[in-house]
Design a protein around this ligand. Sequence first.
Ligand code: ARG
Length: 396
Amino acid sequence: MAPVPSSPTVVMSLSASLVEHSITETPNEAEFDIAEAEDFVRQHHAEAVQVGFGDIGKVEARLAEVHAEIAATGTYRHTTAELTYGARVAWRNSARCIGRLYWRSLKVRDLREVSEPTEVAKECVEHLRLATNGGKIRPVISIFAPEEPGSPAPLIRNEQIIRYAAYRGSDGGIMGDARNLALTELAVQRGWEPPAHRGPFDVLPLMVEHNGKTCLVDVPEDAVLEVPLSHPELDWLERLGVKWHAVPAISNMRLRIGGIDYPSAPFNGWYMGTEIGARNLADHDRYDLLPYIGKRMGLDTSSETTLWRDRALVELNRAVLHSFQQANVTITDHHTESQRFLTHLKKEEAAGRTCPADWSWIVPPVSGGITPVYHRYYDTEELLPNFFPSSCPVKH
Ligand code: ARG
């Protein structure tokens, strides 16, 4: 297997119900969570009024419309305003995300007419281009056809639009991102041919399914902005050939708005440095770079008490932030983002809302205790709309 040039080979061994209806429930209504639809329509209306959109129309009229549509078809169609609001609030309700201050800025692409697998894949590539924006990353969500009675939604098997392949060597070692072993195997099973010279950062093809049809579409190189890693002082680091992609675009989570499921709704923000420097490149079951970096730094790795891991980790994270900044690619650090999250909490409180947050995800994986998000508790109840794990996961 081809190692990274002059590098550690990057190998690891490694409710309210719809009130006062005189109509009896039809079978269609019985299957659809009408209470969730009504809650959503009311919430949308109330918040629109709160921010001054008085012209949204009467909520009762919209509720009657939704009810009639569900009775007739077993589902209903969101208005463009509902879809946009629903997607943004799903982000606002994502308890694991520290970056929610900018939830209102999410650009929503309405692709509900798209369900054919190759079209879905093509639009995912277009999503990347729009989100990448030459390095000035824009938060974007692309919403494909929803789940409807008698008409299943398309499904994207990739966890993110950009995922690096993992290859198992004859010695049992793994080259690439071990998290994506199962996804790589699936791609190969479906006829993907890895590049002639396999490397640790080979981008996997997009795999989309719909109505028993599957497709395999390569992500064009020019749609994948990547940042080569260098360090402000440790010159040797850039010779390792380590890099990461600029846009984290989660593509396997189900978006649920007002009782409707959108299983294919890839969304992205920009990176916080620690996601790459303290997890993707550092985790033992990912790229596992710390032992190598520790040795190259000349640290005493013979005992844990020298804190060589911690020292290598800090330098790796400096390299990530430094490299993205040098490349003019949007990135944020965990100190700034922790402050911003507290600002977000204050704003939510001022708007009269609770803000669910999962402490174990919000606290950054380095220097937890010196960020302000560490020193408090959060509301934990789950709010809707929201994003949920895929119903059809590929194991990592
Ligand atoms: N942690 C994931 C990764 O490293 C990305 C999750 C979403 N992150 C974000 N900044 N929007 O790829």
